[in-house]
Design a protein around this ligand. Sequence first.
Ligand code: DON
Length: 581
Amino acid sequence: MRSFTWKSLSIALVFALGSVSPHPGWAASPAPVSGEHGMVVTAQHLASDIGIEVLKKGGNAVDAAVAVGYALAVVYPTAGNIGGGGFMTIRFKDGRTTFLDFRERAPLAATKTMYLDDKGDLVKGLSTEGYLAVGVPGPVAGFEFARSRYGSRPLKELMEPAIGLAREGFVLEQGDVGAFERAAKRLAKDPAAAAIFLKADSMPFAAGDRLVQADLATTLASIAEEGPDAFYKGGIADRIVKASVEKGGILSKQDFERYRVRELEPVKCNYRGYDIVSSPPPSSGGVIICEILNILEGYPLAYLGYGSAETVHAMVEAMRHAYVDRNTALGDPDFVENPVAQFTDKAYAREIRERIDPFKAGVSEALTPADFAESKETTHYSIIDDEGNAVAVTYTLNGSFGAGVVAPGTGILLNNEMDDFTAKPGAPNLYGLVQGEANAIAPGKTPLSSMSPTIITRDGKPFMVIGSPGGARIITITLEAILNVIDHGMNIQEAVDAPRIHHQWLPDKVFMEPYALSPDTLKLLATMGHDVQIDENWKIWGQATGILVGGGSVSEIEAGGGARYNGAVDSRIGAGAARGY
Ligand code: DON
């Protein structure tokens, strides 16, 4: 009797249908926004406007990224920030690439067990709420590092629009107010945060209300005037340290004075002829995206099809294997050896493929390495200028509105990034990540991140700029946008809108967005042993912002008829915009 396999079924279908090539894209998404000279895609339309104005006036993509970074700190306070941290991936017009790490560092007084009680149990909320959750912020140093080396405009000019929006305020739209409503209870606990981000009657802002941030305007103006020293050496650091000392935190002036940006080599790999440039440790993003792509390169995803059981099975198994590596072996490169070369090696991917059963779900517990002892917000923006310089920035306060605290007089929301460390090996963090020793807390150390600002080139030319928020899911969200464009032929808007799936080794579950998989596919996956669920805790599953160069989709690029720049803001974002010119 002929044995029946899903592989033989899909191969048979391919032959039956002749050539099943990816369709050129006619899904239920609006057309991407087009531009010939520049493109700025961010999660808040006023920030996109500011970025595109910088480009129109002759600033380069790095200038625009700095202006947008400060603007989002005003108009997108749930994640845009100067009190958190982030990463910037840059590809210059001549092909050089670099990566800036301006993520938070643990305070010098931090200890490995600072979030545990006497019995060694995690104390709920310590790593996420209030001053003890705060890492030393990096964006002010990071933006100035980028601008002074790679930008072309004065800091004051780039910060002016943000200062104006903080001082005069801006009118909130429907897409802005959801985050304020969701965070209202947390913000109410901190009088300085409540005074700014809640109305006088302690109610959340509604559409049509004006948000004015006078203290933040003063803070930004002093940074524009004096540069980062105003933040790290002057009165701003003093105020943050004072509030921290008074409210049980451990930040010291020395923490601010010794803050340094790291310029690092990006992680690189090649997927089906496309060159990927992404975030190295202390992010896990680039490494794990490359590892998953290398594994998936061995499967004919374009033929298996978007959302088919075989495609999803291959993706889930690749994610399962790569997330074990992420969660157990990666950490701050100044503190641990990261096996980046191994994890991004094609031969390593082949070994993993050989361990993947084509018909059966793997078991996460069985992958546990021997030495493993035991609302949410971020934002990504993508920019490209007329000369072809591309910048991808992901920065964050970690949770929505970070630790929910504002140091009085500064207007600065502070992060709760310390939760990204392994507070206790084996115990899940805010994103359900179960992590190990490599990411243990230590003074001055940076917690492992998933942020993945990514730039892709083809034949030495820019092809795609992409990234997303989404905690541990940032990696798979970014990955899926890439697969959707390269393997499934979607245009950039469809690629960021398409429903997503995610697996992160533990918990051993496949999470899906509503409608991501058909009932038939779900049945097939169940017979393979996959536990597929809709995650009730993740209503807004990432917010990707992407740019494709030369056409809205691969087929348009290959036909040579597309716009030069094609921008797409994820339809999951309330107030975002792609702006081109
Ligand atoms: O760096 C990280 O991986 C996390 N702190 C990112 C948090 C995040 O994306 C929250 N947004 N949904």
